[in-house]
Ligand binder design. Structure first.
Ligand code: PMT
Length: 314
């Protein structure tokens, strides 16, 4: 397909998307965050971490949808590590998925962490004190210091419109900006204008739906939206035999700076960073129970980003 064809596909995707709700509010938060981190002698690096899966609605007044798998753990853990490394993070996440600093909390923190010794007092259960303290204090500090801006999405339409807003807003940050695209993004969707408005009726037998292909936004992100940003994409496969080959092809096709390849069942133990300088296996430190693969992964990515910034300035 010619690049003109790709551009047209992208424009037609956006033109037919339902407009983003609260766009002014999102833009104001985003621009304020970038301004704060790039002015007054501050030149912090800014990373956009995407996290969680996008949904594809089947009805405009959506009752049913197709979902892409992602718990949001990778994005949340990576965000914590980027903040620790001095970055400001725009965390573009799927509503309801795992949040930074909350990974050690139980599934239902309200019901499991608190207890009432009497009618007027509330206490944290002793077994959860450390996790609650860390979640509340670290998250509040990151937000107060303008190190963390959280922006939620649900549908593929919201995700791609927000990614475009962020990329465009970060354009002037140039090589000091990074995209770390851990979200699991739908490859197929129902175009809004060919979607039924009301709930699909179930009485008329099997359902046939034709899904259109979502244009690959990685190309346009690299060439047009944020060509100077450092860009890391992900590749998830369930068949380990094809993983590295697929990641290598994505590296060549989208000209990203590295592709993080992971296999579904081992993704918390190891990933492979595929780049033009070779493939590096990154593992969690199995002798340390607290260790997670993102500790070592973000260290490597930050290092690579530093080299990229130096090379861009020379
Ligand atoms: O959240 P966890 O449970 O911790 O799991 C983490 C993870 C396995 C979801 C994560 O590590 C991961 O691999 N995320 C990417 C999953 C994936 O399948 O990506 P993809 O094949 O949908 O997309 C590949 C790349 O292309 C991604 O960087 C995506 O942002 C990008 N893309 C995808 C579709 C599209 N239309 N445009 C894109 O640019």
């Amino acid at each position: 397909m010619s690049s003109m064809g790709e551009d047209e596909e992208v424009s037609s995707f956006f033109e037919s998307s339902p407009p983003l709700k609260k766009m002014e509010d999102i833009l104001q938060k985003l621009n304020g965050f970038i301004e704060h981190n790039s002015s007054g002698g501050r030149r912090r690096r800014i990373v956009c971490v995407t996290s969680g899966g996008t949904t594809v609605p089947l009805e405009q007044r959506c009752v049913r949808y197709i979902d892409n798998f992602s718990s949001g753990n990778r994005g949340a853990a990576s965000t914590e590590n980027f903040v620790k490394a001095g970055y400001a993070v725009v965390f573009l996440y799927r509503s309801g998925t795992c949040q930074p600093y909350c990974r050690s909390l139980p599934d239902d923190p309200f019901l499991e962490c608190f207890q009432f010794p009497d009618n007027s007092n509330i206490q944290v259960h002793s077994s959860h004190v450390e996790a609650v303290k860390m979640a509340v204090m670290d998250q509040q500090a990151a937000v107060a210091e303008a190190r963390l801006l959280k922006l939620p999405f649900t549908t593929i339409y919201e995700y791609l419109q927000m990614l475009r807003l962020i990329a465009t807003a970060l354009k002037d940050v140039g090589p000091c900006s990074m995209f770390y695209l851990a979200a699991a993004v739908s490859d197929f969707y129902v175009p809004w204008n060919s979607m039924t408005e009301h709930k699909i009726e179930s009485g008329s037998g099997p359902l046939d739906i034709r899904l259109a292909q979502v244009p690959k936004m990685l190309s346009i992100l690299r060439t047009t939206w944020a060509p100077k940003a450092f860009c890391i994409s992900f590749k998830l496969e369930t068949d380990a035999k094809i993983l590295i080959d697929k990641a290598t092809k994505a590296l060549g096709k989208y000209k990203v700076h590295a592709v993080v390849a992971n296999e579904l069942s081992t993704r918390k133990e190891e990933v492979v960073v595929v780049s033009s300088s070779g493939n590096v296996v990154v593992r969690r430190d199995s002798d340390k129970p607290e260790s997670i693969v993102e500790d070592n992964l973000i260290r490597l990515i930050v290092d690579r980003h530093s080299t990229y910034i130096k090379e861009s300035h020379s």
